[in-house]
Write a protein that binds this ligand. Structure first.
Ligand code: UTP
Length: 297
């Protein structure tokens, strides 16, 4: 098995029910933070980590996503005519090279593990990355790049990990830690969405994974787990029972759960504040809102 990771799977076939009715006709991944859709952040992160092949697991109603990665001849011609070169440059970054992007349909939303399994023929016998675009990570060095560097030294299944408050552990896959080595932890078990109070640690799995091809074979069993779904966590945990390495990686960066309304709003504010042209106005507005809210209490 080669150690270099050049392929990434982007599972985007979920229903996005937490954002209904918006997601009735707009894929969650096309929703924007300021002026860039969530999926663009995920693609940029993958590119920075050396990913060359981008595999999307999609479902019905996601054609806006395919269009986003394509040329927009009419728009491009219009921008050219008006001399808007900076916008043309921005648009160029959204177009994916032919043959470097593939779309696979997940016909039923049977779970994240199933979505990853759907891409098995395009992965073959190579380690690969999985990126969940609704987990946005603001970091100086992009999270996946941090992980790829750690993987080169410690080849083995690796999941991004983050401390969460004990009363939120039930919403995540949680690691049972064998040895804590600082940014890297070796793992002796994983539980998806543990019942409150039963979590083996406060270290939660976040939506970035580097996986060995054996995971795809584990997913062949199509066993359902938490929530009646085929869970990726279970297929990774199976590796531990087979005596193979699984690591958690404590990344540097701030993660926003953009699959939830509150996380999405926080990310919007945070990303807007990081833009010099927006910062002052927004800060002033936020201060006014806080002052008015405090005065009203
Ligand atoms: P979520 O748990 O956030 O589910 O999936 P969701 O459907 O996107 O959103 P809600 O909970 O209904 O609001 C995590 C990731 O796994 C993908 C999703 O698209 C998302 O990127 N996924 C989930 C699939 O591709 N297929 C599935 O069957 C389930």
């Amino acid at each position: 098995m080669q150690n270099k990771i050049t392929k990434a799977i982007f599972p985007v076939a979920g229903l996005g029910t937490r954002f209904l009715p918006a997601t009735k006709s707009i894929p969650k991944e096309i929703m924007s933070l300021v002026d860039r859709p969530l999926i663009q952040y995920a693609i940029d992160e993958a590119r920075a980590a050396g990913i060359k092949e981008f595999i999307f697991v999609t479902s019905r109603g996601k054609s806006a996503l395919e269009d986003y990665f394509d040329h927009a001849p009419h728009l491009e011609a219009e921008l050219k005519k008006k001399g808007k070169d900076d916008l043309l440059e921005e648009l160029k970054k959204t177009v994916m090279d032919s043959g470097r992007i593939a779309y696979i349909r997940q016909q039923k939303p049977l779970g994240l593990g199933h979505a990853v399994w759907c891409a098995r023929r395009l992965i073959g016998d190579e380690p690969f990355a999985v990126i969940l675009p609704d987990d946005i990570i603001a970091a100086e060095k992009p999270c996946l790049q941090q992980m790829v560097e750690a993987f080169e030294e410690n080849p083995g299944n690796m999941v991004a990990a983050m401390e969460v408050p004990a009363d939120r552990a039930h919403a995540y896959g949680i690691l049972d830690v064998k040895e804590d080595m600082g940014s890297l932890v070796s793992v002796k078990g994983m539980v998806e969405k543990p019942k409150p109070g039963t979590q083996p640690s406060n270290l939660a799995v976040i939506g970035r994974y580097l996986l060995t091809p054996q995971i795809l074979e584990n997913l062949e069993a199509k066993e359902t787990g938490a929530g009646g779904e085929i869970q990726l966590t279970d297929a990774i945990a199976h590796e531990i029972t087979e005596g193979r390495d699984v690591f958690g990686f404590r990344f540097n960066g701030q993660r926003f759960d953009c699959g939830s309304k509150s996380g999405y709003l926080q990310a919007t504010v945070s990303f807007a504040l990081s833009r010099p042209e927006l910062r002052d106005d927004l800060m002033e507005f936020l201060q006014t809102v806080v002052n008015m809210d405090q005065a009203a209490q």
